[in-house]
Ligand binder design. Sequence first.
Ligand code: HAM
Length: 436
Amino acid sequence: MQIKSIRGFNDILPDKIKRWHHIESTAKEILELYGFSEIRTPVIEFTDIFARSLGTTTDIVEKEMYTFTDRDGSSLTLRPEGTAGVVRAYIEHALYSISPIWKLYYMGMMFRHERPQKGRYRGFYQIGAELFGSKDPFSDAEVITMLWRFFEAIGISNYLTLEISSIGDDRCRPLYRSKLIEFFSSRKDTLCRDCLRRLQQNPIRILDCKQEGCKQLTQDAPSILDNLCKECSEHFESVQKNLQNIGINFAINPRIVRGLDYYTRTVFEVTTKELGAQNAVGAGGRYDKLVEELGGPPTPAIGFAIGMERVVLLHEKAFPEDFKKQVDVFIAYIGSEAKKKAFLIADQLRRNSIATELDYEDRSLKSQLKRADKLGARFTIIIGEDELKQDKVKLRNMKESTEEEIKFEDIFPKLKNTCSHLSNTTSDFHRNQKAL
Ligand code: HAM
Protein backbone atom coordinates (compact mmCIF):
# COMPACT_ATOMS: atom_id res chain seq x y z
CA MET A 1 0.00 0.00 0.00
CA GLN A 2 1.29 3.43 -0.90
CA ILE A 3 1.72 5.73 2.09
CA LYS A 4 -0.24 8.98 2.05
CA SER A 5 -1.46 11.74 4.32
CA ILE A 6 -4.87 11.77 5.99
CA ARG A 7 -7.72 13.30 3.97
CA GLY A 8 -8.08 17.00 4.74
CA PHE A 9 -4.54 17.33 6.13
CA ASN A 10 -1.90 19.13 4.07
CA ASP A 11 1.84 19.27 3.82
CA ILE A 12 3.26 22.72 3.31
CA LEU A 13 6.36 22.18 1.21
CA PRO A 14 9.43 24.43 1.13
CA ASP A 15 8.34 26.14 -2.10
CA LYS A 16 5.31 27.53 -0.26
CA ILE A 17 6.75 28.13 3.17
CA LYS A 18 8.41 31.47 2.43
CA ARG A 19 4.98 32.97 1.82
CA TRP A 20 3.71 31.46 5.08
CA HIS A 21 6.70 32.91 6.94
CA HIS A 22 6.05 36.32 5.44
CA ILE A 23 2.38 36.28 6.49
CA GLU A 24 3.17 34.95 9.95
CA SER A 25 5.93 37.43 10.63
CA THR A 26 3.76 40.34 9.45
CA ALA A 27 1.02 39.13 11.80
CA LYS A 28 3.47 38.90 14.69
CA GLU A 29 4.75 42.37 14.01
CA ILE A 30 1.26 43.87 13.99
CA LEU A 31 0.04 41.91 17.02
CA GLU A 32 3.09 42.97 19.02
CA LEU A 33 2.57 46.61 17.97
CA TYR A 34 -0.86 46.41 19.59
CA GLY A 35 0.65 44.97 22.77
CA PHE A 36 -0.22 41.29 22.27
CA SER A 37 2.14 38.54 23.49
CA GLU A 38 2.31 35.01 22.21
CA ILE A 39 0.85 32.14 24.19
CA ARG A 40 1.30 28.48 23.24
CA THR A 41 -1.22 26.03 24.56
CA PRO A 42 -1.40 22.29 23.85
CA VAL A 43 -3.16 21.09 20.68
CA ILE A 44 -5.14 18.71 22.88
CA GLU A 45 -7.41 19.38 25.86
CA PHE A 46 -10.01 17.55 27.91
CA THR A 47 -13.12 17.27 25.72
CA ASP A 48 -15.14 19.03 28.38
CA ILE A 49 -13.23 22.29 27.82
CA PHE A 50 -14.54 22.49 24.25
CA ALA A 51 -18.01 21.15 24.96
CA ARG A 52 -18.53 23.71 27.71
CA SER A 53 -16.98 26.62 25.79
CA LEU A 54 -18.31 26.17 22.28
CA GLY A 55 -21.72 24.80 23.24
CA THR A 56 -22.98 21.23 23.04
CA THR A 57 -25.43 21.98 20.22
CA THR A 58 -22.90 23.57 17.88
CA ASP A 59 -21.87 21.78 14.68
CA ILE A 60 -18.29 21.66 15.89
CA VAL A 61 -19.08 19.87 19.13
CA GLU A 62 -21.82 17.69 17.66
CA LYS A 63 -20.06 16.46 14.54
CA GLU A 64 -16.60 17.84 13.94
CA MET A 65 -14.35 17.14 16.90
CA TYR A 66 -11.50 14.65 16.85
CA THR A 67 -12.24 13.03 20.18
CA PHE A 68 -10.76 9.87 21.65
CA THR A 69 -10.44 8.10 24.96
CA ASP A 70 -7.02 8.24 26.59
CA ARG A 71 -5.48 5.16 28.21
CA ASP A 72 -6.75 6.26 31.61
CA GLY A 73 -10.30 6.56 30.29
CA SER A 74 -10.44 10.35 30.06
CA SER A 75 -11.95 11.92 26.95
CA LEU A 76 -9.52 14.12 25.01
CA THR A 77 -10.07 16.29 21.93
CA LEU A 78 -7.73 17.82 19.37
CA ARG A 79 -8.46 21.54 19.53
CA PRO A 80 -11.04 22.64 16.95
CA GLU A 81 -10.25 26.30 17.78
CA GLY A 82 -7.92 28.26 20.02
CA THR A 83 -10.07 30.37 22.33
CA ALA A 84 -11.15 27.62 24.75
CA GLY A 85 -7.58 26.51 25.45
CA VAL A 86 -6.38 30.09 25.95
CA VAL A 87 -9.23 30.73 28.39
CA ARG A 88 -8.36 27.49 30.20
CA ALA A 89 -4.73 28.63 30.51
CA TYR A 90 -5.81 32.13 31.61
CA ILE A 91 -7.82 30.62 34.46
CA GLU A 92 -5.39 27.84 35.37
CA HIS A 93 -2.46 30.24 35.74
CA ALA A 94 -4.62 32.93 37.39
CA LEU A 95 -3.33 35.47 34.90
CA TYR A 96 -6.09 37.84 36.08
CA SER A 97 -4.29 38.15 39.44
CA ILE A 98 -1.12 39.36 37.72
CA SER A 99 -2.60 42.04 35.49
CA PRO A 100 -6.14 43.35 34.83
CA ILE A 101 -5.59 43.29 31.05
CA TRP A 102 -4.10 40.49 29.02
CA LYS A 103 -3.52 40.55 25.30
CA LEU A 104 -2.58 37.13 23.97
CA TYR A 105 -2.06 35.69 20.52
CA TYR A 106 -1.39 32.25 19.10
CA MET A 107 -0.61 30.57 15.82
CA GLY A 108 -1.16 26.92 15.31
CA MET A 109 -3.01 23.97 13.93
CA MET A 110 -6.69 23.33 14.60
CA PHE A 111 -8.67 20.18 13.80
CA ARG A 112 -12.25 19.88 12.56
CA HIS A 113 -13.78 16.87 10.88
CA GLU A 114 -15.45 18.83 8.08
CA ARG A 115 -15.95 17.86 4.45
CA PRO A 116 -12.72 19.00 2.81
CA GLN A 117 -12.81 21.38 -0.17
CA LYS A 118 -10.78 24.33 -1.38
CA GLY A 119 -10.09 26.51 1.66
CA ARG A 120 -11.66 24.04 4.08
CA TYR A 121 -9.50 21.35 5.65
CA ARG A 122 -9.56 18.99 8.60
CA GLY A 123 -6.20 20.18 9.82
CA PHE A 124 -5.78 23.92 9.30
CA TYR A 125 -3.85 26.80 10.82
CA GLN A 126 -5.22 29.80 12.64
CA ILE A 127 -3.66 33.02 13.85
CA GLY A 128 -5.74 34.14 16.81
CA ALA A 129 -5.82 36.98 19.31
CA GLU A 130 -7.66 37.30 22.63
CA LEU A 131 -7.97 40.40 24.81
CA PHE A 132 -9.03 39.79 28.43
CA GLY A 133 -10.24 42.29 31.00
CA SER A 134 -11.95 45.09 29.10
CA LYS A 135 -15.60 45.53 28.27
CA ASP A 136 -15.05 48.98 26.83
CA PRO A 137 -16.22 49.41 23.21
CA PHE A 138 -12.82 50.94 22.46
CA SER A 139 -11.29 47.51 23.00
CA ASP A 140 -13.74 46.01 20.48
CA ALA A 141 -12.66 48.68 18.02
CA GLU A 142 -8.99 48.09 18.79
CA VAL A 143 -9.21 44.36 18.15
CA ILE A 144 -11.21 44.78 14.93
CA THR A 145 -8.85 47.52 13.74
CA MET A 146 -5.82 45.32 14.41
CA LEU A 147 -7.39 42.54 12.35
CA TRP A 148 -8.03 44.90 9.47
CA ARG A 149 -4.56 46.48 9.65
CA PHE A 150 -3.09 43.01 9.33
CA PHE A 151 -5.02 42.38 6.11
CA GLU A 152 -3.88 45.78 4.83
CA ALA A 153 -0.28 45.06 5.77
CA ILE A 154 -0.14 41.86 3.78
CA GLY A 155 -1.90 43.51 0.86
CA ILE A 156 -5.14 41.54 0.58
CA SER A 157 -7.67 43.97 2.07
CA ASN A 158 -8.99 44.80 -1.42
CA TYR A 159 -10.46 41.32 -1.59
CA LEU A 160 -12.17 41.63 1.78
CA THR A 161 -15.26 42.99 3.47
CA LEU A 162 -15.63 43.56 7.18
CA GLU A 163 -19.06 42.88 8.63
CA ILE A 164 -20.08 43.51 12.20
CA SER A 165 -23.13 42.94 14.36
CA SER A 166 -24.19 42.47 17.94
CA ILE A 167 -25.87 39.37 19.27
CA GLY A 168 -26.84 40.89 22.61
CA ASP A 169 -26.25 39.41 26.02
CA ASP A 170 -28.11 37.30 28.56
CA ARG A 171 -30.53 40.13 29.23
CA CYS A 172 -31.82 40.65 25.69
CA ARG A 173 -31.01 37.39 23.93
CA PRO A 174 -33.56 35.18 25.76
CA LEU A 175 -36.33 37.52 24.66
CA TYR A 176 -35.07 37.49 21.08
CA ARG A 177 -34.84 33.72 21.26
CA SER A 178 -38.50 33.41 22.19
CA LYS A 179 -39.44 35.78 19.38
CA LEU A 180 -37.56 33.53 16.94
CA ILE A 181 -39.23 30.39 18.33
CA GLU A 182 -42.59 32.05 17.88
CA PHE A 183 -41.75 33.12 14.33
CA PHE A 184 -40.39 29.77 13.17
CA SER A 185 -42.95 27.63 15.02
CA SER A 186 -45.70 28.99 12.81
CA ARG A 187 -43.59 28.13 9.72
CA LYS A 188 -42.39 24.67 10.72
CA ASP A 189 -43.40 23.07 7.42
CA THR A 190 -40.72 24.99 5.54
CA LEU A 191 -37.86 24.23 7.95
CA CYS A 192 -35.31 21.52 7.14
CA ARG A 193 -34.83 18.62 9.54
CA ASP A 194 -31.76 20.14 11.13
CA CYS A 195 -33.59 23.41 11.73
CA LEU A 196 -36.55 21.63 13.31
CA ARG A 197 -34.08 20.34 15.86
CA ARG A 198 -32.41 23.76 16.12
CA LEU A 199 -35.82 25.30 16.80
CA GLN A 200 -35.87 23.56 20.17
CA GLN A 201 -32.20 23.71 21.06
CA ASN A 202 -30.66 26.75 19.45
CA PRO A 203 -33.12 28.71 17.26
CA ILE A 204 -30.64 31.52 16.49
CA ARG A 205 -28.63 29.02 14.48
CA ILE A 206 -31.53 28.69 12.00
CA LEU A 207 -30.48 32.12 10.69
CA ASP A 208 -27.26 30.52 9.48
CA CYS A 209 -28.83 27.54 7.66
CA LYS A 210 -27.61 27.06 4.10
CA GLN A 211 -30.79 25.27 2.85
CA GLU A 212 -32.74 27.40 0.36
CA GLY A 213 -36.12 26.98 2.10
CA CYS A 214 -34.77 28.04 5.49
CA LYS A 215 -32.74 30.85 3.92
CA GLN A 216 -35.89 32.30 2.31
CA LEU A 217 -37.80 32.00 5.52
CA THR A 218 -35.20 33.82 7.58
CA GLN A 219 -35.53 36.94 5.36
CA ASP A 220 -38.58 38.01 7.35
CA ALA A 221 -37.44 36.73 10.73
CA PRO A 222 -37.06 39.32 13.52
CA SER A 223 -33.62 40.96 13.56
CA ILE A 224 -31.44 40.82 16.65
CA LEU A 225 -30.48 44.45 16.16
CA ASP A 226 -34.13 45.48 16.70
CA ASN A 227 -34.17 43.51 19.92
CA LEU A 228 -31.03 44.58 21.77
CA CYS A 229 -31.36 45.92 25.31
CA LYS A 230 -30.32 49.53 25.96
CA GLU A 231 -26.79 48.63 27.18
CA CYS A 232 -26.05 46.31 24.28
CA SER A 233 -27.44 48.80 21.82
CA GLU A 234 -25.27 51.62 23.22
CA HIS A 235 -22.24 49.38 23.23
CA PHE A 236 -22.77 48.49 19.58
CA GLU A 237 -23.31 52.15 18.64
CA SER A 238 -20.07 53.05 20.34
CA VAL A 239 -18.08 50.28 18.59
CA GLN A 240 -19.33 51.59 15.26
CA LYS A 241 -18.41 55.19 16.08
CA ASN A 242 -14.93 54.20 17.22
CA LEU A 243 -14.34 52.33 13.98
CA GLN A 244 -15.70 55.18 11.87
CA ASN A 245 -13.49 57.68 13.68
CA ILE A 246 -10.34 55.95 12.55
CA GLY A 247 -11.60 55.20 9.07
CA ILE A 248 -12.25 51.47 9.22
CA ASN A 249 -14.96 50.62 6.69
CA PHE A 250 -17.52 48.04 7.67
CA ALA A 251 -21.02 46.87 6.87
CA ILE A 252 -23.60 45.93 9.44
CA ASN A 253 -24.88 42.41 8.96
CA PRO A 254 -27.51 41.44 11.53
CA ARG A 255 -27.42 37.88 10.25
CA ILE A 256 -23.96 37.07 11.60
CA VAL A 257 -24.66 34.12 13.86
CA ARG A 258 -21.20 32.58 14.43
CA GLY A 259 -20.77 28.85 14.82
CA LEU A 260 -19.82 28.97 18.50
CA ASP A 261 -22.05 29.64 21.50
CA TYR A 262 -19.72 31.67 23.69
CA TYR A 263 -20.30 35.03 22.01
CA THR A 264 -22.00 38.05 23.56
CA ARG A 265 -22.51 41.50 22.05
CA THR A 266 -20.06 42.37 19.25
CA VAL A 267 -19.47 39.76 16.54
CA PHE A 268 -17.61 40.26 13.26
CA GLU A 269 -16.52 38.43 10.14
CA VAL A 270 -14.12 39.27 7.36
CA THR A 271 -15.28 37.65 4.15
CA THR A 272 -14.20 37.40 0.52
CA LYS A 273 -15.91 36.65 -2.75
CA GLU A 274 -12.74 35.05 -4.14
CA LEU A 275 -12.85 31.67 -2.44
CA GLY A 276 -16.26 30.28 -3.31
CA ALA A 277 -18.17 28.75 -0.42
CA GLN A 278 -15.34 29.19 2.07
CA ASN A 279 -15.79 32.92 2.27
CA ALA A 280 -14.78 33.63 5.90
CA VAL A 281 -11.13 34.62 6.16
CA GLY A 282 -11.27 35.68 9.77
CA ALA A 283 -13.90 36.08 12.43
CA GLY A 284 -14.46 36.70 16.09
CA GLY A 285 -16.33 38.55 18.75
CA ARG A 286 -16.84 39.36 22.38
CA TYR A 287 -17.30 36.59 24.93
CA ASP A 288 -17.92 38.27 28.27
CA LYS A 289 -19.22 35.20 30.09
CA LEU A 290 -16.85 32.43 29.05
CA VAL A 291 -14.10 32.94 31.64
CA GLU A 292 -16.70 32.86 34.41
CA GLU A 293 -18.48 29.86 32.92
CA LEU A 294 -15.24 27.89 32.91
CA GLY A 295 -14.59 28.71 36.57
CA GLY A 296 -12.63 31.99 36.47
CA PRO A 297 -13.64 35.38 37.84
CA PRO A 298 -16.06 37.48 35.75
CA THR A 299 -13.82 38.73 32.94
CA PRO A 300 -14.99 40.37 29.74
CA ALA A 301 -13.03 39.31 26.65
CA ILE A 302 -12.91 39.70 22.90
CA GLY A 303 -10.90 38.05 20.16
CA PHE A 304 -10.68 36.69 16.66
CA ALA A 305 -9.05 34.00 14.57
CA ILE A 306 -7.77 34.16 11.00
CA GLY A 307 -7.74 31.12 8.69
CA MET A 308 -4.15 30.89 7.43
CA GLU A 309 -4.84 28.70 4.36
CA ARG A 310 -7.49 31.14 3.15
CA VAL A 311 -5.17 34.09 3.69
CA VAL A 312 -2.45 32.24 1.76
CA LEU A 313 -4.86 31.58 -1.16
CA LEU A 314 -5.71 35.28 -1.37
CA HIS A 315 -2.09 36.27 -1.01
CA GLU A 316 -1.14 33.99 -3.92
CA LYS A 317 -3.80 35.72 -5.96
CA ALA A 318 -2.56 39.19 -5.05
CA PHE A 319 1.15 38.34 -5.40
CA PRO A 320 1.48 35.40 -7.80
CA GLU A 321 5.26 35.58 -8.09
CA ASP A 322 7.13 33.05 -5.99
CA PHE A 323 8.45 33.86 -2.57
CA LYS A 324 11.82 32.25 -3.13
CA LYS A 325 14.36 31.26 -0.59
CA GLN A 326 17.23 33.70 -1.04
CA VAL A 327 20.74 32.51 -1.53
CA ASP A 328 23.37 35.22 -1.52
CA VAL A 329 26.39 33.21 -2.43
CA PHE A 330 27.08 29.87 -4.06
CA ILE A 331 30.59 28.51 -3.73
CA ALA A 332 31.85 26.29 -6.53
CA TYR A 333 35.17 24.48 -6.18
CA ILE A 334 37.48 22.25 -8.18
CA GLY A 335 39.48 19.65 -6.29
CA SER A 336 39.62 18.42 -2.72
CA GLU A 337 41.80 21.23 -1.34
CA ALA A 338 39.50 23.84 -2.80
CA LYS A 339 36.57 21.96 -1.29
CA LYS A 340 38.05 22.35 2.21
CA LYS A 341 38.56 26.05 1.59
CA ALA A 342 35.00 26.39 0.26
CA PHE A 343 33.69 24.77 3.44
CA LEU A 344 35.66 27.26 5.54
CA ILE A 345 34.52 30.30 3.56
CA ALA A 346 30.90 29.13 3.70
CA ASP A 347 31.11 28.94 7.47
CA GLN A 348 32.64 32.41 7.69
CA LEU A 349 29.96 33.93 5.46
CA ARG A 350 27.07 32.20 7.23
CA ARG A 351 28.38 33.36 10.60
CA ASN A 352 28.11 36.85 9.19
CA SER A 353 24.51 36.54 8.01
CA ILE A 354 25.24 35.84 4.38
CA ALA A 355 23.15 32.96 3.07
CA THR A 356 25.62 30.58 1.45
CA GLU A 357 25.22 27.29 -0.37
CA LEU A 358 27.61 24.74 -1.86
CA ASP A 359 27.58 21.15 -3.09
CA TYR A 360 29.71 18.39 -1.65
CA GLU A 361 29.33 15.92 -4.52
CA ASP A 362 32.47 17.01 -6.40
CA ARG A 363 30.48 17.62 -9.58
CA SER A 364 31.89 19.43 -12.59
CA LEU A 365 32.21 23.21 -12.45
CA LYS A 366 29.50 23.43 -15.09
CA SER A 367 26.94 21.58 -13.05
CA GLN A 368 27.85 23.48 -9.88
CA LEU A 369 27.24 26.74 -11.76
CA LYS A 370 23.95 25.38 -13.02
CA ARG A 371 22.87 24.77 -9.46
CA ALA A 372 23.95 28.30 -8.47
CA ASP A 373 21.69 29.58 -11.23
CA LYS A 374 18.79 27.43 -10.13
CA LEU A 375 19.10 28.65 -6.57
CA GLY A 376 19.07 32.24 -7.82
CA ALA A 377 22.39 32.97 -6.12
CA ARG A 378 23.40 36.61 -6.41
CA PHE A 379 27.10 35.81 -6.35
CA THR A 380 29.15 32.75 -7.15
CA ILE A 381 32.57 32.23 -5.71
CA ILE A 382 34.78 29.93 -7.78
CA ILE A 383 37.84 28.31 -6.22
CA GLY A 384 40.11 26.31 -8.53
CA GLU A 385 43.65 25.06 -7.99
CA ASP A 386 45.20 28.22 -9.44
CA GLU A 387 43.11 30.47 -7.25
CA LEU A 388 43.97 28.40 -4.23
CA LYS A 389 47.70 28.82 -4.88
CA GLN A 390 47.30 32.59 -5.08
CA ASP A 391 45.02 32.88 -2.04
CA LYS A 392 42.34 34.21 -4.30
CA VAL A 393 38.86 33.39 -5.57
CA LYS A 394 36.84 34.37 -8.60
CA LEU A 395 33.79 36.34 -7.59
CA ARG A 396 31.02 36.33 -10.16
CA ASN A 397 28.11 38.74 -9.95
CA MET A 398 25.36 36.60 -11.45
CA LYS A 399 22.97 39.41 -12.22
CA GLU A 400 25.46 41.72 -13.89
CA SER A 401 27.49 38.87 -15.42
CA THR A 402 30.75 40.38 -14.23
CA GLU A 403 33.67 38.60 -12.69
CA GLU A 404 36.69 39.68 -10.68
CA GLU A 405 39.50 38.05 -8.73
CA ILE A 406 39.72 38.94 -5.07
CA LYS A 407 41.76 37.82 -2.10
CA PHE A 408 40.23 35.49 0.49
CA GLU A 409 40.24 38.13 3.17
CA ASP A 410 38.39 40.56 0.91
CA ILE A 411 35.41 38.27 0.33
CA PHE A 412 33.42 39.26 3.38
CA PRO A 413 34.13 43.01 3.25
CA LYS A 414 33.17 42.96 -0.43
CA LEU A 415 29.89 41.11 0.12
CA LYS A 416 28.68 42.47 3.40
CA ASN A 417 27.04 45.59 2.01
CA THR A 418 25.54 44.05 -1.10
CA CYS A 419 24.13 41.06 0.72
CA SER A 420 22.64 43.21 3.40
CA HIS A 421 19.11 41.78 3.31
CA LEU A 422 20.04 39.20 5.87
CA SER A 423 21.66 41.64 8.19
CA ASN A 424 18.08 42.82 8.76
CA THR A 425 17.34 39.55 10.48
CA THR A 426 18.61 40.79 13.78
CA SER A 427 18.13 37.53 15.58
CA ASP A 428 20.27 36.90 18.64
CA PHE A 429 21.98 34.16 16.68
CA HIS A 430 23.20 36.56 14.06
CA ARG A 431 24.09 39.25 16.57
CA ASN A 432 26.06 36.82 18.69
CA GLN A 433 27.83 35.38 15.71
CA LYS A 434 28.97 38.79 14.58
CA ALA A 435 30.27 39.56 18.02
CA LEU A 436 32.45 36.47 18.07
P1 HAM B 1 -14.17 30.41 13.53
O1 HAM B 1 -15.08 31.35 12.79
O2 HAM B 1 -14.70 29.07 13.81
O3 HAM B 1 -13.79 31.16 14.87
O4 HAM B 1 -12.80 30.26 12.76
C1 HAM B 1 -12.02 31.39 12.41
C2 HAM B 1 -11.46 31.25 11.01
O5 HAM B 1 -10.77 30.01 10.88
C3 HAM B 1 -12.52 31.18 9.92
O6 HAM B 1 -12.96 32.49 9.58
C4 HAM B 1 -11.76 30.51 8.80
O7 HAM B 1 -10.98 31.46 8.10
C5 HAM B 1 -10.84 29.56 9.53
N1 HAM B 1 -11.36 28.19 9.48
C6 HAM B 1 -12.35 27.66 10.22
N2 HAM B 1 -12.57 26.37 9.88
C7 HAM B 1 -11.68 26.07 8.89
C8 HAM B 1 -11.39 24.89 8.12
N3 HAM B 1 -12.04 23.76 8.32
N4 HAM B 1 -10.43 24.97 7.18
C9 HAM B 1 -9.73 26.13 6.98
N5 HAM B 1 -9.97 27.26 7.69
C10 HAM B 1 -10.93 27.24 8.63
C11 HAM B 1 -12.97 30.63 15.83
O8 HAM B 1 -12.29 29.65 15.68
C12 HAM B 1 -12.93 31.44 17.10
N6 HAM B 1 -12.07 30.78 18.06
C13 HAM B 1 -12.48 32.86 16.81
C14 HAM B 1 -12.43 33.68 18.06
C15 HAM B 1 -11.34 33.95 18.79
N7 HAM B 1 -13.45 34.28 18.63
C16 HAM B 1 -13.05 34.89 19.71
N8 HAM B 1 -11.77 34.70 19.84
